[in-house]
Design a protein around this ligand. Structure first.
Ligand code: URA
Length: 210
């Protein structure tokens, strides 16, 4: 059993906040345990609660399309949410619910060790950058320790406001560029430590995840 499997078991049995009383299924998240790229949404909706899987309703179908637009499949990334149980009537999760659930997200990040995390929407953004506006910081990469954060609009935003669809597609194209970009070459501390230039081929490892 992997760390992620035991976390999923703990999440499925969790009663640490009131959302446990109204859920049909908890939704731990899914994808590759070795994913280099992790997406974090807000919380399960109706379809996700019914099936115990993240992003399988209309917002999820758009997310699949967005992933395909940069050549990725769900199985290559990891997708989860700030809260693992559906808030009734799809209301915003309460701060206390996100707080109670954050231990699971932190443990998932620790187990997967993604290189890039994409917070989808303002609730996930606030975990790292409280008080900042998603409209201002979206599609800009920022380092946070060993992890690159690349916040994006939540795909559901395009379902409410069709004009955002092409903005979100453009932002995803920027995510694709980031994933293909060469990682910064670490600074050599002395002439001796500096590696000889390669005869051919790329001189720097790609962040290149896939
Ligand atoms: N919206 C989310 O934030 N998460 C899901 O899993 C589905 C819709």
């Amino acid at each position: 059993m992997t760390d992620l499997d035991s976390l999923a078991q703990a999440i499925n049995g969790c009663v640490d906040c009131g959302l446990a009383r109204s859920r049909t299924h908890a939704v731990p998240g899914e994808g590759s345990p070795q994913a280099r790229l992790m997406f974090i949404g807000e919380g399960p909706g109706f379809n996700e609660d019914q099936q115990g899987r993240p992003f399988i309703g209309p917002a999820g179908q758009f997310l699949d399309e967005l992933l395909a637009s940069i050549g990725l499949a769900r199985s290559e990334v990891f997708i989860t949410n700030m809260v693992k149980c559906r808030p009734p009537n799809n209301r915003d999760p309460f701060p206390g619910e996100m707080e109670a659930c954050s231990k699971y997200l932190d443990a998932q990040i620790e187990a997967i060790k993604p290189k890039v995390i994409v917070p989808l929407g303002r609730h996930a953004l606030a975990k790292w950058f409280p008080g900042e506006s998603i409209g201002k910081v979206r599609a800009k990469a920022r380092r946070f320790g060993d992890i690159t954060l690349f916040p994006l609009y939540h795909p559901a935003a395009a379902l409410h406001n069709g004009a955002l669809r092409s903005t979100i597609l453009d932002d995803f194209a920027k995510l694709g560029d980031l994933l293909r970009a060469p990682a910064p070459v670490p600074e050599a501390t002395s002439a001796e430590a500096a590696p000889a230039p390669a005869e051919s081929g790329p001189q720097s490892e790609q962040l290149s995840m896939f």
